[in-house]
Ligand binder design. Structure first.
Ligand code: DLL
Length: 442
């Protein structure tokens, strides 16, 4: 179902005209209301009237996460506090979260974009939606919730965690669609198996999964285990929340960007130069309709590529590829860059391990050691009695090492752990664990 055919199937010229009109409004609003942007534009001698064509966007400075932290909590808001109706925040590594605000109009447009996303994934009024994204400051829970209600679906606000209760509710409420991080949905499917239930036998028909990088192999695993179609949803709190882009049920090939609300660029994260369609680089978003927290050229730190070809679902929107990973999570082994999702892609097709893994990066001074932690299946564990030096375990390590080397072109040390040793996700999975040791080894 195409919820808004007028914008979703608009021709490119018309879309660009709409984008330019909205871009001019946004640039004027931030210039007049956010001192940070006014100063940054003044420094470069840019007035809102300097934006005459869409390409003029490239004259504007980038915004980065540090700018949000430096203006914590409300310094980048473009409206007075009495116009706000909601705050969300995402936790950061440095302690201070990044805070985002919404006016009533922002919530209305966000709900609409999520409703559109759910429809893109195959949602229809009357379907029951089991929402296993966390409710709270994280945008996942409430974001999906409002969109689901907007489309007229029966919305079950389960939130994350309490996996056995999730299963009970799936059995009893009979949802057609489940939403959550791919890693948590996998945890739910495994728990069903553990309880002697068949995950394929539920009422579920499709899933809306995102909020963390995942691979095509993970899609195949989830689709196989649960007997569903799995679609990718992308978003980030700084830009809005979930629903910035959504993969369609028909093609499952690239995510449709809500390009009437956002302009997307791909840049080389080192040189900051624009990149061609099809090339992988850093995603950059400019919001076109946000009132409380507009962003200009926000560098997401996420690596993806763009595709302007119309999709076979009939939509003409710009599409982005699946996100390979965050620049922060990229591992560099002897000059070769690898994302955990690329490692995941080759791990999941190997028998005798389960789809849980972590990459541990141990740094001591200038020395770096990278270990890939995987978990053996119950079957292999029974065969080897948990003996690490059993021939079957050694053989498994060699297979993994070779496969990672052939596919990702890096040689990693492999550690195989007994069943359930790798922490299970109830939200965003932690794929890269960094350990920094001082000379004393602590
Ligand atoms: O994760 C919003 C969201 C909620 C998206 C529910 C999808 C579903 P944040 O907590 O601010 O917001 O985290 C944003 O998560 O910059 C990406 O690195 C990552 N991310 C989000 N969606 C995807 C995806 C939400 N589909 C950060 N694939 C982003 C890969 C994703 N990474």
């Amino acid at each position: 179902m195409i919820l808004h055919p007028k914008v979703e199937c608009m021709n490119r010229d018309e879309k660009e005209e709409l984008q330019l009109h909205r871009l001019k409004q946004t640039v004027t609003a931030v210039y007049e209301n956010v001192p940070f942007y006014k100063n940054a534009f003044d420094e470069r001698d840019i007035q809102p009237c300097s934006i005459e064509i869409l390409q003029d966007l490239q004259k504007l400075p980038f915004t980065v996460k540090k700018d949000l932290r430096d203006h914590y909590p409300f310094g980048l808001f473009a409206v007075p506090q009495e116009h706000l109706v909601r705050l969300h925040a995402s936790s950061g590594t440095s302690g201070k979260p990044t805070v985002v605000g919404y006016t009533e109009g922002d919530i209305d447009r966000w709900s609409d974009m999520v409703a559109r996303s759910i429809a893109i994934a195959g949602g229809e009024p009357g379907h029951v939606l089991h929402n296993a994204y966390g409710y709270g400051l994280f945008t996942g829970g409430l974001g999906l919730h409002y969109g689901s209600e907007r489309i007229g679906m029966v919305t079950v606000p389960v939130s994350g965690g309490n996996t056995e209760r999730q299963i009970l509710l799936i059995e009893d409420f009979k949802p057609q669609v489940i939403c959550g991080t791919p890693s948590y949905i996998l945890t739910i499917a495994e728990k069903m198996e553990e309880l002697g239930l068949n995950p394929k036998a539920t009422s579920l028909k499709y899933g809306i999964f995102g909020a963390e990088p995942w691979s095509e192999e993970m899609r195949a695993t989830l689709e196989e285990k649960l007997g569903i179609k799995a679609m990718d949803i992308y978003g980030l709190s700084e830009v809005m929340g979930p629903g910035v882009a959504m993969e369609c049920h028909e093609a499952q090939n690239g995510l449709h960007i809500m390009d009437d609300h956002f302009i997307t660029e791909i840049i080389n994260p080192k040189t900051l130069e624009p990149m061609q369609d099809g090339e992988y680089g850093e995603l950059v978003f400019t919001s076109l309709t946000k009132e409380a927290f507009p962003v200009i050229r926000y560098r997401t730190g996420d690596i993806a590529s763009l595709d302007r070809e119309p999709c076979r679902c009939g939509r003409t929107t710009l599409r982005m590829s699946r996100v390979k990973g965050r620049i922060d999570d990229m591992i560099i082994v002897r000059g070769v860059n690898v994302f955990p999702s690329e490692i995941e892609n080759c791990l999941l097709s190997i028998e005798d391990i389960v789809p849980h893994y972590q990459v541990h990066v141990l740094t001591e001074g200038l020395k770096e050691h990278i270990e890939l932690h995987v978990e053996m299946s119950e079957k292999l564990y029974a065969l080897t009695n948990g003996n690490e030096s059993h021939t079957a375990t050694e053989l498994l390590k060699q297979t993994i090492k070779q496969k990672v080397k052939n596919t990702c072109l890096v040689s990693l040390d492999i550690k195989v752990f007994p069943p359930k040793a790798i922490p299970r996700s109830e939200g965003k999975a932690i794929r890269v664990v960094k350990h920094v040791q001082n000379k004393m080894g602590v």
